[in-house]
Design a protein around this ligand. Structure first.
Ligand code: HEM
Length: 140
């Protein structure tokens, strides 16, 4: 049973990360598009669907299954696990920030530059690399 839960945890992680890497990339182009243009309206639709259809449910599933694994197999003990949970909280914070940006774009009140979204785009990638090292290598 544990291995099955882990398999679904990793599937949820892949879906969440795919969305977290793609959404800010969409915003780089959206920030360059003219307000009211067809491109801008299309980006709004893409952002909303990606968020509601993939990123939000994948994050919830990742958390629920991850907490189950942490509780049943490790009793929430281990430096690597505490480090991992801390980094996942940071990742969830970025997620929350992006939800706010989707709303701002939807209401045509984006005030950030394409460069800003390009930089934000790197953060989930760095966090993901650190999280995977912690859970696989378990260095402490
Ligand atoms: C709070 C949320 C999370 C918790 C509590 C959690 C906890 C866990 C636990 C306890 C395991 C089992 C480790 C083992 O059997 O050795 C696991 C597996 C795994 N987790 Fe998470 N996780 C969370 C979120 C994430 C995220 C966001 C990622 C990646 C970005 C991730 C990537 C993985 C991977 C790749 C594995 C498989 C490791 C293996 O091969 O054993 N997890 N997780």
């Amino acid at each position: 049973m544990y291995e099955w839960i882990k398999a679904f945890h990793v599937m949820a992680v892949i879906a969440w990360m795919a969305g977290m890497l793609y959404l800010p990339r969409l915003m780089v182009y959206h920030a360059e598009a003219q307000i009211g243009s067809i491109q801008s309206e299309t980006f709004k639709l893409m952002e909303r669907r990606l968020l509601k259809g993939i990123i939000n449910p994948a994050m919830i599933l990742t958390w629920v299954l991850g907490l189950y694994l942490a509780w049943t197999a490790f009793g929430f003990k281990g430096g690597w696990l505490h480090g991992k949970i801390l980094l996942v909280i940071l990742l969830s914070g970025i997620h929350g920030f992006l939800v706010g940006r989707v709303r701002a774009f939807a209401e045509d009140r984006n005030d950030k530059s394409p460069r800003f979204y390009r930089i934000i785009n790197e953060v989930p990638a760095v966090l993901m690399a650190l999280i995977v090292i912690l859970v696989i290598v378990k260095p402490f």
